[in-house]
Design a protein around this ligand. Structure first.
Ligand code: G3I
Length: 368
């Protein structure tokens, strides 16, 4: 075949591939809908004014979650104020684009406002403040936020309950009683919005380890005693470009769903080493990143009780990772800073496009 014919064939096949992908409208959302799984992204409502941000988000995802807008520091500028505006913008965007909304988070040791952390409140006052917060926020979003991270990140790596304003500094009056204060929050949450799904959310709990064992023991005890809980969020922030620490993800999901709980992968991103210019230091890392996205998505899709897969943002342009790692890592998401799909996106798309979901493992999750 002459060079001219080879070039012509390459151009035509490239165009076909491009338009067929656009023509078919292949998107994560299209295949996720077919697989009946939620595909989500954490969002910042102030970016809804950016056309590429909106177009990519609306095309690729069927669920969104406010990255920060529903946290205490954002929603409670002072003791008497509930600032629902940014969260309402997230809900409005979701309604416009027929998406579900996850809520994050009603109790966390971080990102709390100074009036709360420096207010020298007694345990009884903190208990009333937490009860009021959970009740008012969940009632405001009742029927709009289908699932909440009621409690976020209470365990240390060894499985102990971490010291915090809500546990023992000074806590809500349940100091030293382990996760009883977590149970209290879940009971208040169920009272506030009986229809919402209630999740416990944590990081470094992907594989089988002392921390994920502590999560499992807590939620197993909650289920045994009838404490209202519907699921566990596994954050999946991956920083070491390896599946070593997450090799048992499938087994971990299986033991949680066997309790009758749902599992959501809630904050998936895979940070890559950056060079001094903030670029991906080693191009081969993009393929390794893709394989980790594929591994995590496949582990979730294999279990019917794993009902949502969410990334923590979706474009490298607005990821928390470079700030958190002081520029050492980044490029953690599915789309680059110009909203061009990366190998990780194609890996995720191929998993969503692929095999039918397995039969239910564990009891069927509560419908949402
Ligand atoms: O909005 C203010 C801005 O007005 C101010 O000028 C600026 C500088 O101080 O701060 C801005 O707030 C920042 C906020 O993100 C919005 O960008 C906070 O300082 C910063 O602490 C906050 O970081 C967030 C962090 O949670 C703490 O809430 C990250 O964006 C967010 O990605 C991260 O997300 C957490 C999950 O909630 C829980 N799991 C871990 C995950 C990563 O830490």
């Amino acid at each position: 075949m002459r060079l001219k014919e080879i070039l012509l064939l390459a151009i035509v096949s490239g165009a076909v591939a491009f338009f067929s992908e656009k023509a078919v409208g292949q998107s994560l959302r299209e295949y996720a809908d077919q697989k009946k799984i939620l595909i989500g992204a954490a969002v910042e409502p102030s970016l809804f004014k950016e056309p590429a941000y909106v177009a990519t988000l609306a095309r690729e995802f069927n669920m969104i979650e406010a990255e920060n807008a529903l946290k205490w520091a954002a929603i409670r500028p002072d003791r008497g104020t509930f600032n629902f505006k940014p969260g309402d913008e997230v809900v409005a965007f979701a309604k416009q684009h027929k998406m579900k909304v996850r809520g994050h988070t009603l109790l966390w040791s971080e990102y709390n406002p100074a009036w709360l952390t420096k207010g020298k409140f007694t345990p009884s006052q903190l208990s009333d403040l937490l009860h009021e917060h959970i009740t008012n926020v969940m009632k405001h979003y009742a029927g709009e936020v289908f699932a909440w991270d009621v409690v976020n990140e209470v365990f240390e790596a060894d499985g102990d309950v971490e010291p915090s304003i809500w546990y023992d500094q000074p806590g809500i009056g349940l100091n030293g009683q382990g996760t009883v204060y977590v149970e209290k929050a879940f009971r208040w949450a169920r009272e506030a919005d009986p229809r919402a799904l209630l999740f416990y959310n944590d990081y470094d709990t992907e594989g089988l380890n002392p921390k994920s064992d502590a999560v499992y023991a807590m939620v197993k005890d909650f289920k045994r005693r009838g404490v209202p809980i519907d699921g566990v969020g596994i954050q999946a922030h991956i920083f070491n470009l390896s599946t070593k620490d997450i090799a048992d993800l499938e087994a971990n999901i299986a033991r949680l769903t066997a309790l009758g709980l749902q599992v959501h992968i809630t904050e998936l991103d895979v940070g890559l080493p950056l060079d001094a210019k903030g670029q991906v230091a080693n191009a081969v890392d993009l393929q390794r990143q893709a394989e980790i996205y594929r591994f995590i998505a496949a582990a979730c899709l294999k279990q019917a009780g794993c009902t949502a897969l969410q990334t923590w943002g979706f474009t490298d342009k607005y990821s928390w990772v470079p700030g958190f790692t002081k520029g050492a890592k980044g490029a953690a998401l599915l789309f680059d800073k110009a909203y061009v799909a990366k190998p990780a996106y194609r890996a995720l798309l191929s998993v969503l496009k692929g095999r039918k979901r397995s039969a239910t493992s564990g009891t069927a999750p509560r419908s949402n």
